[in-house]
Design a protein around this ligand. Structure first.
Ligand code: MV4
Length: 453
């Protein structure tokens, strides 16, 4: 096992990784930007190194700053968490060249999955269901028009180098296509330095369902079932749960087996998430793969009992899945996560400043992942996520009841938070009945903000 690991992240995920290392007997090195000097990840790591000023490009996103800290502290490995450098293949390559283990897949795999159209073709070859669309990138507007005729409108143009909703255009008719192609092409070229586009059949208001996988460095792969993340606003997830109400045991098994076969073939390593869209008929289609630990990983931990961050560390240290996981993975109960953001619950404006009161709920089946505390500061420079509230019940109804109880006991004073928003969503009849898709938040906010009576 590693002797010492550097955590190239901040906030709740940095603390989450420190906790896993501590329990495995691994020493930890935190890195931090100046505004984070009083953060808990700095306090609870064995060592902490300031790597620069507030601006992420000059601190948490700076490859030289992070690598220098790793060299100075003489670590064996770096855990990147999520966001920041976690899906930067160049960073993983620099780690390799510096003889530091990057805790994640090899850079070649990260690069493959970052090229969305290549990932799509790799999944297609392994019989993972994909949406009808282009074979490879589109060569021209003419090519796009011909492909769209074959696929049938509406279609969606996506950037090969994109992901997460940036640089996409929905095309509903041929006459709109040239302008939208141009717009997507220009936007992608500016945002990602690569304007190449591909096309898929557009699914109206899909559900977003993702499968968690683990792969060791000896060719073994397992599926840890799915999470449903359809409660999103502007591509930011708000509430996640596991399992999905819409995935039957037969589908879970079928997709799981197919992914295991596919990822063995690709040579995948460490933790990963395979994203699917579900159409109104309940069919699942691959859209992209994330090569990192995700924010919502705790709902999978709740229903499987597996510590995914410990698994990442043990896999990266060369252990086999058979020695890490229980003999038979079983899905138990139902888990829900609410993302608590430092933002106004109605206006969604960010809310930075000093937290004056902070009470975290507890009790059976309640977990809070946070690096915040009373008198702590929420700096204005970073992501607004300040805590994740995760519950685990015997079934979905119990999970909802637990979440409502826990939210009512979660006190954050001094800044605005999304706690009241979560309380409103949990009361919504469609949410409670599981009748939702990625259009839920827009409908919910329209109802809430302009009630008929
Ligand atoms: C789609 C789609 C409909 N059809 N692709 C948005 C983020 C990126 N990961 C993929 N996205 C979408 N791709 C096809 N062919 C609709 C979305 C989409 C979406 C997907 C998941 C969760 C929320 C979403 C919100 C709007 C659009």
């Amino acid at each position: 096992m590693f002797r010492k690991v550097l955590i190239a992240n901040r906030g709740e995920i940095a603390l989450r990784i420190i906790n896993a290392c501590r329990e495995l007997g691994i020493r930890t090195v935190a890195v931090y930007a100046e505004p984070d000097r009083n953060s808990l990840h700095v306090r609870f790591a064995d060592e902490a190194i300031c790597i620069g000023p507030a601006r992420p490009a000059d601190s948490y996103l700076s490859v030289p700053a992070v690598i220098s800290a790793a060299e100075i502290s003489n670590v064996d490995a770096i855990h990147p968490g999520y966001g920041l450098l976690s899906e930067n293949a160049n960073f993983a390559e620099v780690c390799r060249a510096s003889n530091i283990k990057f805790i994640g897949p090899p850079p070649e795999i990260t690069r493959l999955m970052g090229e969305k159209e290549k990932a799509r073709q790799a999944m297609k070859e392994a019989k993972v269901p994909i949406l009808p669309g282009s074979d490879g990138v589109l060569a021209s507007i003419q090519d796009a028009l011909e492909t769209a005729e074959l696929v049938g409108y509406p279609v969606i143009l996506k950037a090969k180098a994109g992901g997460g909703g940036r640089g996409m255009r929905i095309v509903r008719a041929a006459e709109e296509l040239p302008n939208l192609y141009h717009a997507a092409n220009t936007e992608a070229a500016n945002a990602f330095g690569n304007g190449e586009l591909y096309m898929e059949k557009f699914i109206e208001d899909p559900r977003h369902i993702e499968f968690q996988v683990l792969a060791d460095e000896h060719g073994n792969v397992v599926s840890l079932f799915e999470r449903e993340c359809s409660i999103q606003r502007r591509h930011q997830k708000v509430i996640e749960e596991a399992p999905s109400l819409m995935v039957t045991p037969a589908m879970r098994d079928e997709i799981g087996r197919t992914l295991v076969r596919c990822l063995k073939k690709i040579g995948y390593q460490n933790a990963g998430t395979v994203e699917f869209l579900m159409d109104a008929k309940g069919h699942l289609y691959f859209i992209e793969m994330n090569t990192r630990i995700q924010v919502e990983h705790p709902v999978t931990e709740a229903i499987t009992g597996v510590d995914l961050v410990k698994a990442q560390l043990r896999i990266a240290a060369g252990e086999k899945l058979a020695d890490i996981l229980p003999k038979k993975l079983e899905l138990r109960g139902h888990s829900i996560e609410c993302r608590i953001n430092a933002e106004h619950p109605d206006k969604f404006t960010p809310s930075a400043g000093k937290i004056v009161a902070f009470n975290v709920p507890g009790g059976k089946g309640v977990r809070v992942d946070t690096a915040q505390y009373a008198e702590g500061m929420v700096p204005p420079y970073y992501d607004s996520l300040i805590a994740k509230l995760i519950v685990h019940g015997d079934d979905r109804a119990e999970a909802i009841a637990k979440m409502e109880r826990a939210l009512s006991q979660f006190v954050v004073e001094g800044i605005d938070t999304s706690i009241p928003l979560h309380q409103q969503i949990l009361k919504d009849p469609d949410f409670r009945e599981g009748k939702f898709d990625t259009g839920f938040m827009d409908r919910f906010l329209a109802k809430r903000n302009a009630p008929e009576d």
